[in-house]
Structures are given as C-alpha cells and as structure tokens.
Design a binder for this molecule. Structure first.
Ligand code: MN
Length: 157
C-alpha cells in the first residue's frame, strides 16, 4: 500500500466504527417474543413486551408490562427510581405507608429511588404501562416479597 492511500484506508475504517456506534437503531415490533413476568416477582398473569436498553454510557432501560385483572408486582424498589406511563386499562400503584392510588391511561408516575412499592391491575380490569428505569451498577430493581391478597385489597398500608 503506498503512503498516500494508507491514511485514507485507516480513516475509512475509523469512520465505519464510529458509524456503527452512532447510527439510529430500530427494533421492529415482533423482533422480540413476549415473555411472562417471572413467577417469583409477580402475582397473577403478567406479560412483558418491547424490552429496551440504551447503550453505555446511557443507563436507560425498560419495557411494556401488561397485567391481567388482579395481577401485580411483588414489593420492590429501584436504585435510581422509575417512571411508569400508563397506556391502557385501570391499575394501582402504592408505596409502603401510603394510600393505594388508581392510575389510568395517560397518567405518568414517578417512583423515587429506594421507595418500597408495588404496581398492577385493579381486581376488575387489566392495565398496561411502559416502565422506564436507569441502572445503577447494572441493576434497575431490588425485588422483595409478594403483595398478599390482604395488602392488595387494602386501600392503605
Ligand atoms: Mn416499580
């Protein structure tokens, strides 16, 4: 390779690498199968779709979670908090020591870091929300025990 061409080749290789990390990425609907919410972390039937995760140094990640009537998360917390955007149905969110609050499509819920809480559907209606959380040391959630039927039915903890 002559000394005029070599730098051009090196430049084009560098450019290709940079492009790979800087191009928009579309994950098409249907590219990921729906998955069931893990039995140890949820009560009832829960489906998770559209999992997403930003590339480092971004910390963002999340997915769309659908709860059948009566279904809910276990008690849990998020090290850097969580945002929920309700897209369908009627549901509940409750933090420990606070009232059970009804949430509906269009509602946006902010759960502060380290707050023990649960979210899910009402007893009579399903609920879908988009859940978004940032990872701290790769971790977005700390799972705890299940929400009992008595806790789920109570309007205040
Ligand atoms: Mn949560």
């Amino acid at each position: 390779m002559n000394r005029l061409i070599a730098p051009l080749v090196a430049l084009s290789l560098l450019s290709a690498e940079t492009q790979a990390a800087s191009e928009i990425r579309i994950t098409q609907n249907g590219a990921q199968p729906s998955i069931k919410g893990a039995a140890e972390n949820f009560t009832g039937t829960v489906r998770v779709d559209g999992l997403f995760k930003g590339d480092l140094p971004a910390r963002i990640g999340g997915g769309t979670v659908t709860f059948e009537p009566g279904a809910r998360t276990a008690w849990h917390s998020h090290p850097l908090g969580q945002t929920l955007i309700v897209t369908a149905g009627v549901g509940y969110v409750q933090q420990e020591g606070g009232p059970r609050q009804e949430i509906r499509p269009g509602d946006i819920v902010w759960i502060p870091p380290h707050i023990r809480h649960w979210h899910g559907a009402t007893a009579s209606n399903g609920m879908t929300h988009i859940a978004i959380a940032e990872a701290e040391d790769g971790k977005t959630v700390t799972w705890e025990e299940k929400v009992s039927d008595a806790q789920y039915a109570a309007q205040a903890q």
